[in-house]
Design a protein around this ligand. Structure first.
Ligand code: 9MR
Ligand code: ZN
Length: 536
């Protein structure tokens, strides 16, 4: 096999393909259907890659810089998929990664004008009952379906929105184009229009005391059906401290971003953030969430809420500059948290993001430096990890968990943040960040591009109810798959992946493989962040 980024490479970027058999290669440009060899070279033996158990060689063709369509052939007769060399290469990808969220909109119809062939009627509009008191109902329509299921959960929502809003704040020039959603053309960038759909729903998810309901789902996951066919009763599940802290953080962040576009909306979100913060003060103890009996929808449980509280303190402080949030931030910073992670379980990296990208630099210099050093040290660690990996991805065998592509992309985000922070090492971090994207788009041991519609061998069967039920052959483009997991959970994966398969290869492009091939809003959002950086 010859594994490479099937979308392709930026003109000035490092370009490396991975050969599993060959040791020399030719780069061939396709010109008017004819093959033209532009480079012949030896590959460099790497040895055994631990996560895939492949003996690989690295084919470095960075010197090829002429824009065009290419393939690579090696001395064993292996041929790569087609790829492109060009500037602004990841623009369409970024657009579709973001547009994918529009397809998750709940509580409205997706019209042909915006959804093309992927239309569906309005879904999930009934009132939800409180799980703990069925006598009480609330209207909480809207938001994005979380994933391949129809549930809507606060922590994942908060994290996904945060990734997107930071992408916009840091790289606004990458979001000038419209993505054809109902609000397009209203004078507000579409990324903010799309996020607002989620934020408006989130505003409804707060109880009178300021706590955020952990989730809004049916009791049991729906069978495979179109969203509008799912008539099950939805419930509001109890408030958790994790969800409430994520809620405060994302609302504070959003209030900052939207202030220049819609002051009233921004103020409303700041009020919601303050109310949530008030709840957190009243409840300093950890209040987790466990699925009650007779409920199997997503749990999103976490054993610790300190990272969520830290993120909330950071966002509240950056948004308001108020002393009490600064004090909380300083206190919570002493907790033993990694401060570099951007996933739904550990959001402490988002606190770093808030502090380090705050243009007003309000955080005391000593604390700021502490966060900065931690982020840069992690970027160095990831760079080393990437260099020591046969497929150039900053992952260890044990990192292939449910949603491993999120780990890859969150690491990409961290590297991008490091690029923003340290000019001197920007080239190095950019290179490593791109290597994570290359892995996602095909430089991996299974030879798939893990984004639908992007790459000659893009996966096609995401675990996503509308995709399976809409009668349309191809899934909508721009969906990131969860990716390989060393410990698969679903039946299909367990039955079909032999024990002992190396973790990078524990993947199936199968619709029933929810632990390997689902889609989620928060696996796309870090991909938007990373690609937006390279589309500046
Ligand atoms: O992404 C979540 C992953 O990190 C967890 O290991 C897994 C099991 O708890 O749950 C994943 O989240 C799923 C959620 O529970 C329900 N919606 C679909 C999500 C993606 O599979
Ligand atoms: Zn719905």
């Amino acid at each position: 096999m010859i594994a490479l980024n099937q979308v392709g490479y930026l003109i000035e970027a490092q370009k490396k393909a991975v050969l599993t058999k060959g040791n020399s290669f030719r780069v061939i440009q396709i010109v008017n259907g004819e093959e033209k060899t532009v480079l012949e070279k030896e590959a460099v033996a790497f040895g055994l890659d631990e996560s895939s158990q492949d003996e690989v060689s690295i084919a470095d063709f960075s010197e090829v810089k002429e824009p065009g369509i290419y393939i690579i052939k090696d001395n064993t007769g292996d041929v790569s998929y087609h790829f492109e060399i060009a500037d602004k290469l990841y623009k369409p990808l970024q657009k579709d990664l973001l547009k994918a969220l529009y397809y998750q909109r709940c509580g409205c119809a997706l019209e042909e004008k915006h959804a093309g062939v992927y239309t569906h009627a309005c879904c999930h509009t009934g009132e939800a009952k409180l799980w703990e008191n069925h006598e009480i109902s609330k209207e909480v329509n809207g938001g994005w379906h979380d994933a391949g299921d129809f549930g809507r959960y606060i922590s994942p929502a908060a994290v996904a929105v945060a990734h997107l809003l930071y992408a916009f704040m840091l790289f606004p020039e990458s979001f000038q184009e419209e993505i054809n959603i109902p609000e397009s053309g209203n004078g507000v960038p579409d990324i903010l229009n799309e996020c607002r759909y989620e934020l408006e729903w989130m505003l409804k998810m707060q109880d009178e005391e300021g706590g955020a309901y952990h989730k809004l789902t049916s009791a049991m996951h729906a069978d495979f059906m179109m969203p509008e066919e799912d008539k099950s009763q939805f419930y509001l599940f109890p408030v958790s401290s994790m969800a409430t802290a994520d809620y405060a953080a994302s609302m504070a962040l959003a209030s900052r971003v939207y202030a220049v576009y819609d002051k009233a909306f921004a103020d409303k979100m700041m009020d919601a953030a303050k109310k949530a913060w008030g709840w957190l003060e009243k409840h300093p103890e950890y209040i987790g969430f466990k699925n009650p009996e007779n409920c199997n929808t997503g749990e999103y449980d976490d054993v610790c809420d300190k990272d969520e509280r830290l993120w909330a303190a950071a966002e509240m402080f950056v948004a308001t500059g108020e002393e009490k949030y600064k004090n909380a931030l300083e206190e919570l910073s002493k907790e033993n948290l990694c401060k570099t992670d951007f996933g739904w379980t550990d959001v402490s990296g988002l606190a770093s993001m808030a502090i380090l990208t705050d243009a007003k630099k309000q955080t005391p210099e000593k604390l700021r430096k502490e966060f900065c050093d931690i982020v840069l040290a992690e970027a160095d660690r990831l760079t080393k990890l990437s260099e020591e990996n046969g497929y150039l991805v900053a992952m260890k065998p044990e990192d292939y968990v449910w949603g491993s592509n999120m780990v890859v992309l969150n690491r990409g985000m961290l590297l991008v943040l490091a690029c923003v922070l340290l000019e001197e090492r920007k080239a190095v971090y950019e290179n490593t960040a791109l290597a994570q994207l290359h892995y996602l788009l095909g430089t991996n041991a299974v030879g798939y591009s893990y984004v639908t519609g992007y790459g000659e061998n893009a996966y096609k069967n995401p675990h996503n109810r509308p995709t399976e039920c809409d009668g349309i052959e191809l899934p909508m483009p721009g969906w990131v798959s969860g990716g390989p997991s060393g410990i698969p959970y679903d039946e299909t994966a367990i039955q079909n992946i032999p024990q002992g398969t190396p973790p990078m290869k524990c993947y199936l492009d199968h619709v029933m493989c929810y632990s390997l091939n689902e889609i989620t809003i928060y696996w796309n959002s870090p991909a938007v962040f990373v690609t937006a950086y390279f589309n500046r």
